[in-house]
Design a protein around this ligand. Structure first.
Ligand code: CUA
Length: 353
């Protein structure tokens, strides 16, 4: 309902431009809930693109009205009446043809100037940006805080009012990083490094989406960006650097931690949990799937295919293909992880913050 009201507000307030954007953005979008929209600006990069889009849109409206107006006028005014003779039959008109070649060329040349200026300004590296390395995988996002020495998955945290450099590459196929409220889209290309520079101007949770078709679960390749005040962000960094929470002995979480390393589950074969060590000394350092050090802190599972609740996490581990067919995580039957063990595992993973 809130989405509907927002949609309607867009229609009433806005002019055709935001309406069109809303339609293209699909209002609430497939992510559900929050508005993932290029006309609710919360970053300088998105604002530059919007400031380019709006005048070009209105210029197009003017041209549309003029051309269609002339067409409608001609159709009505010169409509054949009964008894009219057959009109003179012409072939070509040099003046008109030159005019309709030159006029669009001039219009495009005019549009080119602010377009190139905007592209250049978006590509300009700000002074001393905060760098987050991003790797696109089929179908999840790896966020690598190299200077701080940890990685996380699918949810990126950044400070507000601080220029950020997203430094990107891909491990398999081409993906595209896009959070419409904050910045325009940019491809992630295997073997190459690409960049997005932006400054988030508001704190909050922003939705993002892979924007380049990258396989069957392209649509389920969402991410979130959490924008914090600087002190809150510093706290988050510090808590990540501390590694995973160690469960109290003899709790269900402690049991879950052992299940994580057990032969049936062997979650550590694919996933890392920083600082988690099994009783036999095995460490969880694999990087096949997302790093789970702060899984309980994330609002989403499976790169946004599910909300992160204990029930969904349970279902996800049992059969990740139910909600996200084609993803690389195997399903775990009861012979691999018993119901009881699964409860413990879910309790452990949910406790990781
Ligand atoms: Cu990754 Cu589409």
């Amino acid at each position: 309902m809130a989405d509907l009201i927002r949609c309607r507000r867009g229609i009433v307030l806005g002019t055709l431009a935001p309406l069109l954007t809303l339609v293209l953005a699909g209002c609430s979008g497939i992510t559900g809930g929050e508005v993932q929209s290029a006309n609710e600006l919360a970053g300088d990069n998105a604002r530059s693109i919007w400031n380019l889009f709006v005048p070009i849109f209105w210029l197009s409206v003017v041209i549309f009205v003029l051309v269609q107006g002339a067409l409608i006028y001609a159709v009505i005014k010169f409509r054949a009446k009964e008894g009219d003779p057959v009109p003179a039959q012409l072939h070509g008109n040099t003046k008109v043809e030159v005019a309709w070649t030159i006029a669009p060329a001039i219009i495009l040349a005019v549009i080119l100037v602010p377009t190139i200026t905007t592209i250049a300004s978006l590509a300009e590296e700000p002074d001393d940006p905060y760098v987050v390395d991003v790797v696109g995988h089929q179908w999840w996002w790896e966020f690598d805080y190299q200077d701080e020495g940890f990685k996380t998955g699918n949810v990126m945290h950044i400070p507000v009012d601080q220029p950020v450099e997203v430094r990107m590459t891909a491990s398999d196929v081409i993906h595209s990083f896009y959070a419409p409220n904050l910045f325009g889209k940019q491809d992630l290309i295997p073997g190459r490094t690409t960049h997005i520079y932006f400054t988030a101007e508001e704190t909050g949770e922003f939705y993002g989406q892979c924007y380049e078709f990258c396989g069957v679960q392209h649509a389920n390749m969402h991410f979130r960006i959490m924008v914090h005040e600087q002190d809150e962000f510093d706290e988050w960094i510090a808590s990540q650097q501390e590694g995973a929470i160690e469960p109290e002995p003899d709790t269900i979480e402690a049991e879950g931690k052992e299940v994580f390393f057990q032969q049936g589950a062997a979650c550590h074969a694919c996933h890392a949990i920083d600082g988690a060590v099994a009783e036999d000394g095995t460490e969880a350092v694999a990087e096949v799937g997302p790093n789970l050090t702060n899984l309980g802190d994330r609002p989403i599972l499976g790169a946004g295919s599910l909300e992160n609740t204990p029930e969904n996490l349970r279902d996800w581990i049992r059969d990740p293909h139910e909600s996200k067919p084609g993803n690389e995580m195997p399903a775990f039957s009861e012979s691999q992880i018993s119901d009881e063990d699964l409860d413990a595992l879910v309790a452990y993973l949910s406790s990781l913050r």
